[in-house]
Write a protein that binds this ligand. Structure first.
Ligand code: AMP
Length: 212
């Protein structure tokens, strides 16, 4: 039996149609069930549906053999004990820094920028790579609010359409990374369940037209 960890929320909405294309569907409807473990139409595979930020951890420790997670979550986790197998090309967006429109063209003169993000590690790495000192304040949501109420000078967050930034009078500044969902595997499962995993990867690669 292979266990696959899926990220709930908007990633799940795009993952289920992909799985359907390779003939795998969940027995119960995840949107109308409080279950966490889901059987599938194939009895050698089961799914757990959890928060995106927990997917790399479940896979790292072997609680799931495979996982579907955004590159953002993967980078923030660090990728220890994980193999990135395939770009699923879903949930595409970009990880950006963003600032209030009024400070769009103001140089970053503060010695130590205050940055709000849920990606503490990624944000710290980014500002450090740019030779800037930043104090990253961890938030779990509504990042866009932080510069508006003086909690932070800028934010690091995902941007898809840009509507959320516009609605809050913020503008994109630096592109940190282009993001999409990745299929990841536990390093040990890659050896012990190689055949099953390779078959799934081949099927998914064909559907998404991704290079392996
Ligand atoms: P948008 O208004 O379309 O630019 O979307 C921005 C909001 O949606 C922000 O709150 C982001 O954190 C969130 N978001 C955008 N893309 C994604 C994604 N691929 N996965 C998860 N959250 C996202």
């Amino acid at each position: 039996m292979i266990t696959v960890a899926l990220s709930k929320g908007r990633i799940l909405k795009q993952t289920l149609p992909l799985l359907k294309k390779i003939g795998i569907s969940l027995v119960d409807d995840p949107y109308n069930s409080r279950k966490l473990i889901f059987s599938a139409s194939r009895d050698d595979i089961q799914f757990v549906i959890i928060r995106a930020t927990d997917v790399p951890t479940f896979v790292q420790f072997g609680a799931a053999d495979l996982g579907v997670v955004g590159k953002d979550g993967l980078m923030e986790h660090g990728g220890e004990g994980l193999c990135e197998l395939l770009d699923l090309r879903i949930s595409q967006c970009r990880l950006m820094t963003a600032v209030p429109r009024r400070s769009e063209n103001v140089p970053r003169t503060r010695k130590r920028l205050r940055v709000a993000s849920k990606y503490v590690r990624l944000a710290q790495q980014y500002y450090q790579s740019q030779g800037m000192q930043a104090e990253v304040i961890k938030l779990y949501g509504a990042m866009e609010l932080a510069p508006l109420v003086g909690l932070a000078d800028e934010i690091v967050d995902l941007v898809e359409t840009g509507n959320t930034l516009r609605a809050n009078d913020l503008v994109e500044k630096d592109l940190i990374a282009n993001i999409s969902c990745r299929l990841i595997a536990n390093a040990a499962s890659m050896r012990t369940r190689h055949q099953q995993i390779a078959q799934l990867v081949d099927q998914l690669a064909e559907v998404v037209g991704s290079e392996q």
